[in-house]
Design a protein around this ligand. Structure first.
Ligand SMILES: NC(=O)c1ccc[n+]([C@@H]2O[C@H](COP(=O)([O-])OP(=O)(O)OC[C@H]3O[C@@H](n4cnc5c(N)ncnc54)[C@H](O)[C@@H]3O)[C@@H](O)[C@H]2O)c1
Length: 271
């Protein structure tokens, strides 16, 4: 395809959690519209999660899909909890691509349980990855964005980060935390033309599927199931629906959009 015609033609974008699921979809959608990518993912499963995360093979597949579209992908195995490793990987990516215009803090994990089953270890894991990892992503990207005279940070929250979804309280807290962090950054760096927005998807069928989710809802709190029902007549949306929001927020089409909580939620939060 002609790169000059893409909606993000020539932009260089960091995507975390890029090996599979929505991270892969964001990378591919951005590449379709002319972006080059720095792709990072842990490619391993931390202790304390009840579902597997990605593999290196997954990350390489995302990179392959990007290059198949004629764009450049720099892929690195990095845990977003490790700020030094992230900085090193992004420095390498930036030197290969020649700059950075945007970052998508997408890496995230989910633990499930009623309030009386949550452990301190779950709190630490979920906040470490989802909130501090998103902070590391922003903080790592920012010096490069400022070098270019500004840029766009897109931080992936959730409908949970608007609605207060139950039965995964650390996850919900992390997703509210992302909103607070993003709005504060949007205020602090608006004068330097850095835009910071959050995206709030409803359910998407990905690998983020802890087996206990159905049992906790079905057996322990079926009364809470309606809280997760979309207003529009689809139980789940597709990853590309969320990627289209990310694409808009990375592109200059949203040049005066900052501090936005962009819901792609089929109306679940109006319920
Ligand atoms: N799936 C949904 O229904 C849903 C809804 C709302 C928001 N979200 C959010 O969307 C984002 C993407 O989730 P998904 O549904 O694609 O899940 P997923 O599990 O398929 O993908 C998450 C990716 O992040 C990676 N990752 C996890 N921890 C990491 C770490 N410490 N460092 C680097 N990479 C790490 C995983 O390996 C995986 O490739 C997450 O932030 C999630 O909270 C998901």
């Amino acid at each position: 395809m002609s790169t000059r015609e893409g909606r993000v033609a020539g932009k260089k974008v960091l995507v975390t959690g890029a090996a599979r699921g929505m991270g892969r979809s964001h990378a591919v959608r951005l590449a379709e519209e002319g972006a080059d990518l720095i792709l990072v993912d842990i490619c391993a499963t931390p202790e304390g999660l009840e579902y597997p995360l990605s593999s290196e093979k997954d990350l390489h597949e995302t990179a392959r899909l990007v290059t198949e579209l004629g764009r450049t992908a720099v892929a690195r195995v990095v845990d977003v909890r490790d700020e030094a490793a992230l900085k090193q990987a992004v420095a390498e990516g930036v030197s290969e691509l020649g700059g950075l215009n945007a970052a998508v803090a997408n890496a995230g994990v989910l633990t499930v349980g009623t309030w009386d089953n949550i452990t301190t270890e779950q709190w630490r894991l979920v906040l470490d990855v989802n909130l501090i990892g998103a902070w590391h992503t922003c903080a790592t990207a920012l010096p490069y964005l400022l070098e270019q005279g500004g840029g766009s940070l897109v931080n992936i929250s959730s409908a949970a980060g608007i609605k207060g979804n139950p039965l995964h309280i650390p996850y919900t807290a992390s997703k509210y935390g992302i909103v607070g962090m993003s709005k504060a950054l949007a205020n602090e760096l608006g004068a330097q033309s850095v835009r910071v927005n959050t995206v709030h998807p409803t359910g998407v069928a990905t690998g983020m599927a802890p087996p206990s989710l159905a049992t906790v809802f079905g057996e322990k709190r079926p009364d809470l199931v309606p809280l997760f029902m979309n207003a529009l007549p689809e139980p789940m949306i597709e990853a590309v629906d969320v990627s289209n929001a990310v694409l808009y927020l990375v592109s200059d089409e949203s040049r005066y959009v900052t501090g936005l909580e962009f819901k792609v939620d089929a109306g679940v939060t109006i319920r």
